[in-house]
Design a protein around this ligand. Structure first.
Ligand code: NAP
Length: 437
């Protein structure tokens, strides 16, 4: 039992899926939290839109308010779990400027304004933490920001969106189409009624921008993240990838690329073929995982629940305790702010391997024409397999599946265009990037 500890007023902004669980932990585990951080965390208000709604047994009705700015003014610690750019952004900024400790899980806002809000925190000498914004319960931002601060991160590859991992995994294990797997994910509550942010990759892009900023010590703009969702992945893509020893995963990728002695950042989200032996290939269902490579540490893998009220609240509470410990110790320490300028590599120069499917007339000489196009664009072929289309549209044609060695995206796109213009090619070739080499 801790005696004569100081008391800190906590404002909870938002009491939905995550905020409700944070309120539960703050009230249910109050004594234990006090002894862990050395201060009593007193919930002084819960800011919401609908003040009449029932918030369950852990939220005293007298704490509910819709005056969020007034609540922030009275608090020492502000936990923002509302989501959206505004009013969350203004509330966080004013809290930081007023010297309050702030914790948020708002990936959309942080991806947009990380540098600005981190600078506000540094200027006020307060903590601004957002572990829950990327990959829910998985401790990934603190390891990148603190544990690996003395190393040089060369790449980060993450399954950071549980909805899309669930959909691709269901397509892989049941042979379902994208549409059927999405409908199942919606039925089970893994996907929202409007799944756009997940399946078009916007959610993963926000997380990629945050991962890039922290791992490269820069301010990587969300607008520079190359983003391609999973809506065009077919059951046939998945089956042919499987047959060749690959699985298709939707990855957020951050790479430090050195060109002519200068460091560039290649940051992108897209469906990626991974060898089925890669650590990320075995991440099933709605789980998240992040694979980090650093010059001295080598490879590190982090895995766990990427969403959900209680798992996300765990990460939020970790930030609360670690920030309050610093306040109790007499200061915030140094907050991570961007220290480097790392230029974004144009996506046309980003290099990876590719898997290309080309449907052609099954006649002599076609292979040779295709190989010539590859060589014209300096793309070299690693392996090729051929199967015949035996029924339906295109019956009698052959599908060539070509895996390339590493090459630039711009050269690959030019190769695909030129192959498409060959008379023997029946439809526009499709391609997917191959990772994990
Ligand atoms: P949620 O269930 O929709 O809850 C949002 C809460 O914020 C609600 O209580 C809502 O009030 C309140 N709110 C929203 N806008 C408001 C406004 N303008 N004024 C006052 N109150 C407002 O959201 P959530 O799923 O808990 O997510 C919260 C944050 O955590 C988001 O930034 C999200 O991206 C992040 N996050 C969520 C998860 C997850 O698994 N859910 C995982 C990782 C990160 P009412 O209840 O009155 O409408």
């Amino acid at each position: 039992m801790v005696t004569s500890v100081k008391s800190l007023g906590v404002a909870l902004l938002g009491c939905g899926t995550v905020g409700g669980e944070v309120a539960r932990i703050l009230t249910q585990d109050a004594e234990e939290l006090t002894s862990r951080c050395g201060a009593r965390l007193e919930l002084i208000g819960v800011g919401v839109r609908d003040t009449a709604a029932d918030r369950g047994p852990h939220v005293d009705r007298s704490l509910i308010t819709d005056d969020l700015a007034g609540l922030v003014e009275r608090a020492d610690v502000v936990i923002e779990l509302m989501g959206g750019l505004e009013p969350a952004g203004s509330l966080i900024e004013s809290a930081l400027r007023a010297g309050k400790t702030v914790i948020s899980a708002n990936k959309a806002l942080i991806a947009e304004r990380l540098a600005e809000l981190s600078t506000a925190a540094a200027e006020s000498r307060v903590q601004f933490s957002y572990e829950a914004a990327v990959a829910g319960a998985i401790p990934i931002l603190r390891p990148i920001r603190d544990s690996l601060a003395g190393d040089r991160i060369t790449s980060v590859m993450g399954i950071v969106n549980g909805t899309t991992n669930y959909i691709l995994d269901a397509m892989d294990s049941t042979g379902a189409s994208f549409e059927d797997a999405l409908a199942k994910a919606q039925e089970l509550g893994y996907a929202e009624a409007d799944p756009t942010a997940d399946v078009e990759g916007h959610d993963a892009a926000a997380k990629a921008a945050i991962l890039a900023s922290l791992s490269l010590h820069t301010a990587f703009p969300l607008s520079e993240v190359y983003t391609e969702g999973i809506t065009r992945v077919t059951a046939e893509d998945i089956a042919s990838a499987r047959a060749a020893g690959y699985v298709i995963k939707f990855l957020a990728i951050v790479e430090r690329v050195e060109k002519d002695g200068e460091d560039f950042a290649a940051v992108r989200v897209h469906p990626t073929l991974l060898p089925d032996t890669h650590p990320l290939a075995s991440v099933r269902g709605a789980y998240n995982a992040v694979y980090v490579e650093a010059e001295n540490a080598g490879s590190l893998m982090f895995m766990g629940q990427g969403a959900g009220g209680a798992p996300t609240a765990s990460a939020v509470m970790g930030d609360v305790i670690s920030s309050v410990r610093r306040v109790v110790a007499g200061g915030p320490g140094r907050t991570e702010t961007p220290t480097c300028v790392v230029t974004s590599l144009p996506h046309s120069l980003a290099e990876t391997r590719y898997s290309i499917a080309v449907t052609v007339e099954d006649r002599p000489g076609v292979l040779e024409q295709i190989a010539r196009v590859f060589s014209t664009h300096s793309q070299s072929i690693e392996s090729m397999s051929q199967s015949l289309v035996t029924d339906g549209e295109g019956s009698g044609a052959a599908v060539l599946r070509i895996i390339t060695h590493t090459g630039a995206e711009g050269d690959l796109r030019a190769t695909v265009e030129d192959i498409h213009s060959l008379p023997a090619v029946i439809r526009k070739p499709t391609f997917m990037r191959v990772g994990g080499n």
